[in-house]
Design a binder for this molecule. Sequence first.
Ligand code: IPM
Ligand code: MG
Length: 350
Amino acid sequence: MATLNFTYLPGDGIGPEVGAAALEVVAAVAEKFGHDLSVEEHLIGGAAIDAGLKPLPDATFESCQRTGAILLGAVGGPKWDHLKGAERPELGSLLPLRKRLDLYANIRPCRPFAALIDRAPLRPERLEGVDFVVMRELTGGIYFGDKGRDNLGAYDECRYSEAEVRRIAIKAFDLAKTRRGKVTSVDKSNVLETSRLWREVVEDVAKDYPEVELQHLLVDAMAMHMLTRAQDFDVILTENMFGDILTDEASVLCGSMGVIPSASVSGGTTGMYEPIHGSAPDIAGQGKANPIAMILSAAWMLRLSLGLEAEAAAIEGGVEAAIAGGHVTGDLGGTLSTSEVGCWVADHVR
Ligand code: IPM
Ligand code: MG
């Protein structure tokens, strides 16, 4: 018996709705496997700002650091768009949280569920057998460079150190060794100096992995190849902003933004788990949001930060069954509400 102790950050928009559904499922897991549940819920992003706090309140950060297992809904929305720089939910909470916990490796899977292949806008033969993972560098690059305005306009600096590239490349090669043994490194080395360094360092890391095949692709070409030959990819290694863009594209292959979880990790067991989708303010509060990405993120948290493999697999089995049986929200062609999907998966787990 274990205690499932983690920090829960519902955040903004649909975050609290998909979060509640995921908590329902985690509670079912605790019940079924005889664990205690200790959920530390805290404010973050716009919700914290609205409560008169900083976007990343000290109590929130302290809990994240202490539990080392963080389940996050989403942050941001048009309501806070008038704010500038670090006053904004994204720049003031999500990015510093990733940076301060050194969660430099963001893992985003793309493996379309069989029952959803017909829902994707691509032809089924382009989707069958697709199974890749994007390893996105998360704490460097243009997101974290010096930014500002001057009399000439505005600027965002993009920097990468050799060490930053090396450690994410090692993560990608280590992962490829446990999969089909292929790394596709994505950069823009025909234009960017950071990409030239990226390529050099990735080549150097590859020398330690003779069993892994390495290819390089320019990011614009990758955007096309992901739609025309997605089956060829295994581990896609890329920098922060390219990874952000390519993973939204990858979600199209999976039939919905609402089904892809992510893990942000570093060396040890500390990790933050969040859906790749945003706060979707246009549908917030209507019970329409698909909670599957959030439920799968909770499964990854149990597996990677709490070391509970069977519990994670039980959740994934429930999600698989929900999708196969059509117990899903409208974006996947179903009629269930957010909380009904959570209850369905929780019942399946029990
Ligand atoms: C994501 C999101 C974030 C990012 C935003 C909310 C800052 O789009 O996790 O993909 O760009 O990293
Ligand atoms: Mg994104």
